[in-house]
Design a protein around this ligand. Structure first.
Ligand SMILES: [Zn+2]
Length: 321
């Protein structure tokens, strides 16, 4: 197989990794509940079609299941999340839930794996100073001890910018906040995978976190290269500023600063620099969206006119005969 053919097959797998087709005429008799049906699973009790008495093959299969090798397994879901992340997330938030291991469970399990990796290979990043009981220090200690929930919390700052900037995207147009929540969960899982790579190979793998956002959002929302690029840049930039804002507010609430004026100026600037780019980006997105819709409509009208002209001509020809 040539490289080009391999790539084509990979691309096809990215778009549709599962084969749901079945022969309507091929009937099965369920060994479990006695129901007659067509398809791959019994609609009555959900046992797989064509299962016979246990054999050596079932020994292998049930052993493989322990290690998570099935369609909905943790490993296969992670595999898809690495190689077709945007399409995978898109499938999930559009209701194809049978394609994935439950995402929040996946996040928590990855958090546990991440803690283990950290203990085995980790470079100690945030050394909590002994006796430092400040709110911020405790917060970072919490993130380090439960990276699953911590990662979700941090990725959560990108949820609102994403919702605003990618509202008018070509794919997954006007995604809802619950859909945004699951996008955030999957992004947090990816960040934890990168975290494991950082433990193994070093700090410079942090660059992979922004790269993940570019790669995933491109597949998920379907903007072209540059359209995707500047929107992700604003999403990440504003997300960081919003996180800084939250930290400032939290600090203000838990400690007594020397001067409130400085704190308020910082808060005002952070709000301005995070909210304004989002609003401008949203405005541009809305404009291009309207333009796209209009063009779609004019093309449609043009085709309709052509079609009517052809019909008219046919009618006239019939009359002449
Ligand atoms: Zn059955």
């Amino acid at each position: 197989m040539t490289l080009k053919e391999r790539y084509k097959r990979f691309k096809a797998w990215q778009l549709e990794p599962f084969d749901w087709s079945y022969d309507e005429n091929e009937r099965h008799h369920c060994v479990n509940c006695g129901y007659d049906f067509a398809g791959k699973f019994c609609p009555h009790c959900s046992q797989k079609a064509g299962l016979k008495k246990v054999s050596w093959k079932s020994v292998l299969q049930s052993t493989a299941e322990v290690w998570g090798m099935g369609n909905r397994s943790l490993l296969y879901s992670l595999w898809q999340l690495i190689w077709r992340p945007g399409y995978f997330i898109s499938d999930y938030i559009n209701g194809k839930r049978q394609v994935s291991f439950p995402p929040v469970k996946m996040l928590v399990l990855m958090g546990v794996i991440s803690v283990i990796m950290d203990h085995l290979f980790g470079i100690n990043e945030f050394k909590v100073v002994e006796g430092d009981t400040s709110w911020v220090a405790q917060f970072f200690a919490w993130i380090k001890s439960s990276p699953g929930w911590g990662g979700l919390f941090l990725a959560g700052f990108f949820m609102i910018p994403t919702w605003c900037l990618f509202r008018y995207a070509p794919r997954n147009t006007k995604h809802t906040l619950p859909q945004g929540f699951f996008i955030t969960v999957f992004m947090a899982i990816l960040a934890l995978i990168v975290e494991c790579l950082i433990d193994l190979f070093g700090y410079y793998f942090y660059i992979m976190i922004p790269l993940c956002y570019f790669y995933v959002y491109r597949q998920l929302f379907g903007y072209d290269y540059w359209g995707n690029f500047w929107r992700v840049v604003i999403t990440l930039g504003s997300g960081f500023l919003l996180a800084a804002l939250a930290l400032t507010i939290a600090e203000l609430l838990t400690t007594t600063p020397k001067s409130y004026a400085d704190e308020f100026i910082a808060m005002r600037d952070l709000t301005l620099y995070s909210v304004v780019p989002i609003l401008v980006g949203m405005f541009i997105s809305k404009k291009t969206f309207d333009f796209r819709e209009k063009r779609k409509q004019t093309v449609f009208q043009y085709l309709k006119m052509k079609f009517q002209a052809i019909r008219q001509r046919k009618k006239q020809n019939n009359h002449e005969e």
